[in-house]
Design a protein around this ligand. Structure first.
Ligand code: SRM
Ligand code: SF4
Length: 577
């Protein structure tokens, strides 16, 4: 069987250069040449077009309204107050729709036109942030628990993730030549790529570090996961390693499916890079390069077997996994409000609806100015606590970390003034809800997600209130298509876009990211979604046990069949070992 065309583009791209310089310089179109639309992903950008105006422009015989999405590589989602101010200025100068926090702790800028791409990239790099390998068939932004319980152990895990991120970067200098005018040196185009090789990976690759009891990175949705195992004294003992998680699927195609990662063993902290390199290179060498939809690690493992894969990783890493250690996740959501860290400094968890930071959005009926508010907070911190951190969460929210207690009152006042304190009044459903970007920028969206979130949350809140359970802590996740960018298959309630205004309704995941949900109704509109959920809410209100979560209730009550995949914690991890 022949290789997929993307494989050829990678191989002939001269280590990710393609004809990008020529494409960028072409004044006739706002688009890139076809191959370069693939190549630019490795530089952290996607060519898109505004789908709201696509049809009108087609009728007017205009080319689509091309513009680019740019995604940062920000392992663990951490930036300083000064960097925040720079990113804000970039969003305001070059992009549309403000700053967007992604489900992998990155920033996205949308609507950057071709002629603004290079200045935008330069401005991002001037802020000492880059976008290299934020997209493409490489290791993506590494997700790390953004839990507010900050300790030396948390810092150690973040540092290991950042080191791993650097280790897995492509060695090609293409990024620096194209965007930062680095001089092209001898050997350019043939750089050695020791981890990736000339065709890079068969498909995107994702790594996450979870720190129990928080599973805010949804570690079982990652190709490769590290679950921190912490000793009684709070010290990092090592990690349980998970492999083969992934969410993406296609409607009606049984060859594609969401899959939870398997726990394959325990390693010491200093084995992280060796094990990650072994997993990545095993996937590089054995991943499916003929059938792109089967190219993720989860399918390599299902095709060849978990035992084979574990042995291959042990051989490459030169170690033997120890049996997995017990761990216990309490939830896969975020924590809001103020928390104290071990060092006496404070951490504030703020909710950002669907991760979109703009001025003028409505949140629970109020008009909020989150972009301006966070600018004001960043300016305050830059002046008074420059080593504080903004930390993006993998649930599209934001934490302020390392805040001196003396600034708490000022920050509370700013949060209230700009509507950043919405988490206080928000229902648990609203606080935990996730939605992918979808329309108008995502070329793959079949239905709305981010823009639909406020309406559907409002409608569901009314139904819950009607049954006297307005405070039910239900995890809702919406994706505009089955690719699953909001990790919807881990939602207690999930809507997966099927067509404009129509969704598949999935139910029954847990709230810890350890159980996949199940398809309950296919291709239904909002009225049918609400009518389907209403009797389930009524039953939950009447029959749930104390503290029982909605997803768990649906299984116990027999509304749903036994779940397809569960990854228990605690001592029962040996099911995968
Ligand atoms: Fe995603 C493709 C947005 C996290 C699975 N994703 C896309 C693209 C680039 C559409 C495209 O290929 O043309 C979307 C751009 C939309 C836009 O306009 O910005 C897009 N994905 C996102 C973000 C921004 C969603 C969000 O609302 O936050 C997230 C960016 C993460 C980051 O910072 O790197 C995002 N995407 C995810 C996740 C969640 C995660 O990583 O934890 C998943 C599921 C996990 C997984 O990978 O299995 C995910 N995105 C996909 C897939 C399906 C991959 C597959 O295995 O089938 C696609 C489609 C593809 O790759 O062909 C996709
Ligand atoms: Fe686009 Fe689909 Fe991802 Fe949503 S889930 S951002 S619609 S690819």
């Amino acid at each position: 069987m022949s290789t997929h065309s993307v494989e050829d583009i990678k191989a002939r791209s001269a280590r990710l250069r393609g004809a990008l310089l020529e494409s960028l310089a072409d004044p006739v179109t706002g688009a890139l040449r076809e191959d370069d639309q693939t190549v630019i992903k490795y530089h952290g950008s996607y060519q898109q077009d505004d789908r709201d105006v696509r049809e009108a422009r087609r009728q007017a015989k205009l080319e689509p309204a091309y513009a680019f999405m740019i995604r940062t590589r920000t392992p663990g989602g951490t930036v300083t107050p000064a960097q925040w101010l720079q990113l804000d200025a970039i969003a305001t100068t070059y992009a549309e729709r403000g700053l967007r926090i992604t489900t992998r702790q990155a920033f996205q800028f949308h609507g950057v036109i071709k002629t603004a791409l290079k200045p935008t990239m330069q401005a991002i790099n001037a802020a000492l942030i880059d976008t290299l390998a934020a997209c493409g068939d490489v290791n993506r932004n590494i997700a790390v628990s953004a839990s507010p319980s900050v300790s030396a152990m948390h810092a150690q895990v973040h540092a290991q993730a950042a080191a791993l991120s650097r280790h897995l970067l492509p060695h090609s200098r293409a990024y620096y030549e194209i965007w930062l005018d680095e001089e092209r040196i001898a050997g350019a185009g043939q750089e050695d790529e020791p981890v990736y090789g000339e065709r890079y990976l068969p498909r995107k690759f994702k790594i996450g570090f979870a720190i129990p009891p928080d599973n805010d990175v949804d570690v079982f949705a990652q190709d490769l996961g590290f679950i921190a195992i912490v000793g009684d004294g709070g010290e990092l003992l090592g990690y349980n390693v998970t492999v083969g998680g992934g969410m993406g699927a296609a409607h009606g195609d049984a060859d594609t499916y969401p899959r939870l990662g398997d726990v394959i063993g325990f390693i010491a902290p200093d084995a992280v890079i060796a094990v990650a390199t072994a997993v990545v290179t095993a996937q590089r060498d054995f991943g499916n390069r003929e059938i792109r939809k089967r190219a993720r690690l989860k399918y390599t493992i299902d095709d060849r077997g978990l035992d084979w894969f574990r042995a291959e990783v042990e051989r490459r890493a030169g170690l033997a996994f120890e049996p997995p250690r017990p761990f216990d996740f309490a939830h896969n959501g975020d924590r809001f409000g103020w928390h104290a860290g071990d060092d006496g400094r404070l951490h504030l968890g703020l909710r950002i609806p669907a991760g979109r930071i703009v001025d003028g959005a409505t949140d629970g009926g109020d008009t909020v100015r989150h972009l301006s508010g966070l600018r004001a907070i960043a300016a305050l911190l830059a002046e008074r606590a420059a080593d504080a951190e903004f930390r993006l969460t993998a649930n599209q929210n934001l934490g302020l970390h390392g805040v001196p207690p003396v600034l708490r009152g000022d920050i509370d006042a700013l949060a209230a003034r700009y509507g950043l304190d919405g988490w206080r009044a928000a229902s648990p459903l609203r606080r935990a809800a996730l939605a992918c970007v979808a329309l108008p920028t995502c070329g793959l969206a079949m239905a709305e997600a981010e823009r639909y979130l406020p309406d559907i949350v409002g409608a569901l809140e009314k139904r819950l209130a009607h049954h006297g359970i307005a405070d039910a802590p239900i995890h809702l996740r919406i994706s505009g298509c089955p690719n699953g960018c909001s990790r919807p298959y881990l939602g207690e309630i999930a809507l997966i876009g099927k067509a404009p205004g129509r969704y598949n309704l999935m139910l029954g995941a847990d709230h810890r990211g350890q159980r996949l949900n199940t398809l309950y109704r296919e291709n239904i509109d909002e009225a049918a979604i609400l009518d389907t959920l209403d009797p389930l809410f009524a039953a939950y209100a009447a029959d749930a046990r104390a503290g029982e979560r909605f997803g768990d209730f649906l299984l116990r009550a027999g509304v749903l069949p036994a779940p397809a995949q569960v990854r228990p914690s605690q001592a029962d991890v040996e099911i995968a070992g």
